[in-house]
Write a protein that binds this ligand. Structure first.
Ligand code: COS
Length: 394
């Protein structure tokens, strides 16, 4: 594989259409030639094969969104969405490992980190030498993230962290944890929360067993338990009390990214369903000739196209500096629900074969269920959309 990242000097944004096309073509090829053939291996072994992990690093995939001055490619949001769509055309678990370095694992440092934090961590994330992860969810704080109970008590030049984080993607392979913890217990809500970088080898960290999940085998989640874990005070990201707000900004971006992945997965499912419908014959002709099958194909294509337009439009808005909290939630709501419907139709078009593990649609059907849950459920997206509508109308 080409170490194409080396070829990208120059400005932070690619913006040069030819270079961008080359990048997307390269990722398309990597997905088709390396990732799609390894989907079953990933699903069965539950872990990313080492050679593929290494190729992802060499391709620069861990640093797509990290600014160039820290060794990444500094893609714009629009460019990142095009990449997420391309990567979406294979098992989402492949993207999950490097997705956190590009997104929720590193974004807080990119947005609010000190120069020293950026210098220390971002180049390692960009090269894939270090994996990061995002620790917000807790056993008793899921949708109501601001109610989190993990504490960070200031003691001299350290904070002492105590608490349990749940379902943390990549925790098992992470070198750093971006931990949201309550620094001011007298403030029960969002303003009592701060954000920290915690390195894996800090004493007082233990991991739970790897969770057994419905799908996305190969993307590992587990609990992370902090017991009197002493973190240098300089590892706070931004100001005390700003951690929840930074986490919400991180999620605005993450939600848009997941929407792009949902579009890519939908495109893959549509392709698999169309291929199957064109070769499978019933009633003396390919089932693709049946109008009821055509309706399912057409609805899927239309909805995937609508989601793609929404996501790209929102990405362009964000690139031009607009607040996209409402739009990102709308994209996440529509795109993730859309891919759920598309996956259901893809199984339906396959008939009994769609229920068999031999066909990728069976696996994708389970994989996409997560999109409507993580980084905020569909119901939380509805809440964010409506709240922002009301705020704008006041
Ligand atoms: N960008 C910047 N600031 C934001 C923001 C955003 N997108 N969303 C909220 N904030 C700010 C608010 O403006 C408020 O700031 P002030 O203290 O200055 O008023 C603060 O954050 C608290 O916001 P809010 O009052 O809306 O918090 P709530 O607890 O009522 O609800 C929700 C916040 C429900 C939206 C939040 O908890 C959420 O997104 N939950 C889902 C969590 C999630 O996605 N988990 C997945 C984990 S990662 S896989």
């Amino acid at each position: 594989m080409l170490a194409w990242a080396l070829a990208f000097g120059g400005p932070t944004m690619i913006r040069d259409q030819e270079t961008l096309n080359q990048l997307i073509d390269l990722i398309d090829r990597f997905v088709r030639e390396r990732l799609v053939p390894a989907e079953n291996l990933l699903a069965e072994s539950g872990r990313l094969p080492d050679d593929i992990l290494q190729e992802m690093k060499e391709l620069g995939l861990f640093g797509l969104t990290i600014p160039e001055e820290y060794g990444g490619l500094g893609l714009t949001m629009e460019e990142e969405i095009l990449v997420s769509i391309a990567l979406g055309r294979t098992s989402p678990a492949f993207r999950s490992v490097m997705g956190t370095n590009n997104g929720i694992g590193s974004a807080a440092i990119v947005f609010s980190g000190t120069d020293a934090q950026k210098q220390k961590y971002l180049p390692k994330y960009a090269s894939g030498e270090w994996i990061s992860c995002f620790c917000l969810t807790e056993p008793d704080a899921g949708s109501d993230a601001a109610s989190l109970k993990t504490t960070a008590r200031r003691e001299g030049d350290h904070y002492v962290i105590n608490g349990t984080k749940r379902y943390i993607t990549n925790a098992a392979v992470a070198h750093t944890f971006n931990v949201m913890a309550r620094t001011n217990p007298s403030i029960k809500g969002a303003r009592g929360i701060s954000s920290f970088i915690v390195e894996r080898d800090t004493p007082g960290i233990s991991l739970g067993a790897i969770d057994k999940k419905m799908g996305q085998s190969g993307s590992m989640t587990c609990d992370v338990i902090f017991e009197d874990c002493k973190v240098p005070a300089e590892n706070i990201i931004g100001e005390e009390g700003e951690g929840f707000i930074t986490a919400m900004k991180v999620l605005d971006r993450g939600r848009l990214h997941i929407s792009g992945v949902s579009v890519g997965v939908a495109e893959r499912l549509i392709k698999d369903a169309l291929d199957y419908a064109m070769q499978r014959k019933q009633f003396g002709q390919p089932i693709a000739e049946q109008q009821l099958i055509q309706a399912m194909l057409a609805d899927s294509q239309t909805e995937a196209y609508a989601a793609k337009c929404m996501v790209l439009e929102t990405a362009r808005k964000r690139d031009s500096g607009e607040n996209i909290t409402l739009e990102a939630a709308a994209c996440k709501l529509f795109a993730t629900e859309m891919v759920g419907r598309v996956a259901d139709r893809a199984v339906q078009i396959h008939g009994g074969a769609g229920y068999m593990a031999e066909y990728a649609v069976e696996r994708f059907y389970r994989d996409v269920r997560l999109f409507r849950l993580y980084e905020g459920t569909s119901q939380i997206q509805q809440l964010v959309i409506a709240r922002n509508m009301i705020k704008a109308a006041l």
